[in-house]
Write a protein that binds this ligand. Structure first.
Ligand SMILES: CCCCCCCC/C=C\CCCCCCCC(=O)N[C@@H](Cc1ccc(O)cc1)C(=O)O
Ligand code: ZN
Ligand code: ZN
Length: 479
């Protein structure tokens, strides 16, 4: 009897155990399928991760994801390519770019709202990525959604590329989207990517806001410097060791900024376009940069954001050495990130670094580098530039539009084989104190500005349907 009961209990326990395992397996499958949905969506999170109230993109933009006019592809695992068909195959398509990845953010750094909460405070949405670059991701998709909802059928086809790794150079996202397009023989009329913005009160002395359209990008060099000396006991130090040698080299670099080149690149055009918005005597000086370059450069270089337009900038970003307090460091290494002015080449920059350091004990290696990018057209016949300009002026007649150079690099760099005309701009309004929020704390976007961004893309897409630009005023005068 006892033995019989024992077997009954064992059978019961086995059954309970198996049922528990089954429940756990089902739970695992449900959680995993949820995780894949999260990975596949655009990362558009409207609530905290713990609550997992995630709304996927096809729910927010039902028309974009169901329209027969739109083809959606996932590229490089996480990036998105949308192809929107146009009715006129004769018209060369264009492309809108944005990126869905962001740089890290930590609430303890002093955020007024948690950086991934998208909390609204006094008319501003707070959150990492709100001005870099979710405003464009959402702005573009929302504009297309509204257009499709209203039955709009574009005449000129276009592409939307949403990269997932722009903040780490775009080697998997943008590079692969560009490859897909290239393999399909695609040529683009123009590309519009993130970059510069509407500067309101940022440029000292300028009356009114300026919309700066990046027609080029500065080049870039990352250089590794290193020094090696003998390992040993700290009680018997030599006169110099690897740390001191490298620190001295870095001090020399910081104390000898690259030459002033203000006025020898596209920034000359920027200030010529803006000159009439300055008061005398700045107006006169801006219109005659050939004469006032030296003076203006010396004033501009005092502000880091302006200095970026004056020269190749030098930033020491990493320094590593030493393992123990009483061990002499055998090796020290540092990384220097330079942003190259268009009037200088990568090779010239490397030669200057070498001669400035002027110490053979310091080894110099180029990790990565490229010259500044070609200048896109911005004359009266330039289709992309004029479409962007018209869209902007229709919305913000008070703004002065000027070509400029983007001081950082963007995903569009990888699309250079597809078009000659790349523009880096979106109508995010930047006021004093706002540029510091990019990659910084309390990044935010006003609700009003977000609406303007949606409207901007909504109008731009329709403006781009024009077959050819109307004859320019300049052209008519010349006739
Ligand atoms: C005279 C006018 C004064 C204007 C003051 C300027 C205010 C700043 C306004 C906008 C900031 C510009 C930011 C441009 C976007 C840069 C994107 C970026 O941070 N890129 C990274 C990473 C990267 C990405 C893709 C690449 O191919 C390379 C690098 C970067 O390090 O540049
Ligand atoms: Zn960005
Ligand atoms: Zn960024």
């Amino acid at each position: 009897m006892l033995v019989h009961n024992k077997w009954r209990i064992i059978r019961l326990l086995t059954l309970v155990g198996l049922s528990l395992l089954l429940v756990l397996l089902i739970l695992f499958i449900v959680v995993m399928s949820r995780t894949f949905t999260l990975k596949e969506n655009l990362g558009l999170q409207f609530a905290q991760w713990e609550n997992t109230t995630i709304i996927s993109a096809d729910i927010i933009f039902p028309n974009v994801f169901s329209s027969s006019l739109v083809k959606h592809e996932v590229v490089g695992n996480y990036s998105h390519l949308f192809t929107v068909l146009g009715t006129d195959p004769e018209l060369v398509p264009y492309m809108l770019l944005a990126h869905i990845d962001v740089v890290p953010a930590n609430e303890v750094d002093g955020w007024e709202a948690p950086p991934f909460s998208a909390k609204e405070l006094n008319g501003f949405i707070y959150g990492r990525g709100t001005i870099d670059n979710k405003q464009c991701v959402m702005g573009i998709l929302q504009a297309v959604e509204y257009l499709l909802e209203r039955g709009y059928v574009p005449r000129r086809g276009f592409y939307i590329g949403l990269g997932h790794d722009e903040e780490v150079y775009g080697y998997n996202g943008a590079v692969n989207i560009a490859k897909v397009l290239k393999s399909g023989g695609v040529k683009l009329q123009y590309i519009l990517d993130e970059g510069l913005a509407v500067m309101d009160g940022i440029i000292t002395g300028l009356n009114g806001p300026a919309a700066l359209i990046g027609v080029s990008e500065k080049g870039q060099a990352t250089v590794k410097l290193s020094a090696s000396t003998r390992l040993g006991h700290s009680s018997m130090p030599p006169k110099e060791n690897s740390i001191g040698i490298l620190a001295a080299a870095i001090t020399r670099l910081e104390e000898s900024p690259m030459p002033r080149l203000f006025g020898y690149g596209p920034e000359q055009s920027t200030f010529e376009h803006l000159a009439h918005k300055f008061q005398f005597p700045l107006r006169f000086m801006m219109s005659n940069l050939w004469l006032f370059n030296p003076l203006l450069s010396r004033v501009m270089e005092r502000r880091p954001d302006m200095n970026a337009f004056v020269r190749t900038t030098t930033a020491v970003t990493m320094f590593n050495s030493g393992v123990k307090v009483n061990v002499l460091p055998s090796h020290a290494e540092a990384f220097v990130n330079l942003r190259i002015h268009p009037a200088q080449t990568l090779q010239e920059v490397l030669d200057l670094i070498k001669s400035t350091i002027s110490d053979n004990r310091v080894k110099l290696e180029l990790v990565d580098g490229f010259d500044s990018l070609p200048i896109s057209s911005y004359d009266e016949q330039s289709f992309g530039y004029q479409i962007i300009k018209k869209t902007l002026l229709d919305m913000f007649p008070q703004v002065t539009v000027a070509p400029s150079i983007c001081i950082g690099n963007t995903d569009s760099r990888h699309y250079m084989d597809l078009t000659q005309d790349i523009y880096r701009f979106n109508p995010t309004w930047l006021r004093p104190g706002e540029p510091e929020r990019i990659h910084g704390i309390n990044e935010r976007m006003s609700v009003q500005n977000y609406e303007e961004i949606v409207l901007f893309y909504f109008q731009l897409i329709q403006e781009s349907d024009i077959r050819i630009l109307p004859p320019s005023h300049t052209g008519q005068h010349e006739l």
